[in-house]
Design a protein around this ligand. Structure first.
Ligand SMILES: [Zn+2]
Ligand SMILES: [Zn+2]
Length: 169
């Protein structure tokens, strides 16, 4: 826009990103990554969903899972208010995307403990905490958050109950 010019360095950087995306074929990677994630979710959660119902939606690496199923994974997802679907936008990490076993390790297995430990350490140093309630997605208000899983809750009775019964990774 004429009234909001973009500076040349920003444009050069954007062009650089596009060049890397083309050179590394990100669309192809995203679709492989999304496929591995979906396979993992379906394998892990299929017994919790009534037969015939979809447990994963979305496209490529944009993944949506039902709210109830999301809770199984101890993952901070994004929610649209009152939606029954949790949205995952996993960090594109090609190393983690090779297959659904690797995703399992990365998300709920041995690798995840270290990743969450790092996030907890960082939060402790900076005096921060998980930003939103893991159960209902509203801003997390309490200081009662799980240092193992890096999950917080908003403090309402229902969410506190859900939080207190979560099984640590
Ligand atoms: Zn809550
Ligand atoms: Zn925990």
């Amino acid at each position: 826009m004429v009234t909001r010019p973009i500076s040349t360095p920003v444009l050069i950087e954007a062009l650089g990103t596009l060049n890397v995306a083309a050179a590394e074929d990100w669309p192809q990677e995203v679709s492989k990554f999304g496929k591995a994630f979906r396979e993992f979710i379906i394998r892990y959660a299929k017994n919790d969903q009534p037969p015939g119902e979809t447990i994963v939606r979305g496209l490529g690496a944009f993944i949506a899972v039902p709210r109830e199923i999301n809770k199984k994974f101890n993952v901070m997802a994004a929610f649209r208010r009152r939606s029954d679907w949790a949205r995952w936008i996993p960090k594109l990490n090609v190393a983690a995307a090779v297959d659904s076993e690797a995703i399992k390790r990365y998300l709920i297995g041995s690798d995840t403990r270290y990743l969450r430990y790092v996030m907890t350490e960082e939060a402790n140093q900076l005096g921060t905490k998980p930003l939103w309630c893991w159960i209902c997605e509203i801003d997390a208000m309490t200081d009662d958050w799980c240092r193992t899983c890096f999950l917080g809750h908003c403090g309402t009775e229902e969410c506190a109950k859900g939080f207190n019964t979560h099984k640590c990774l």
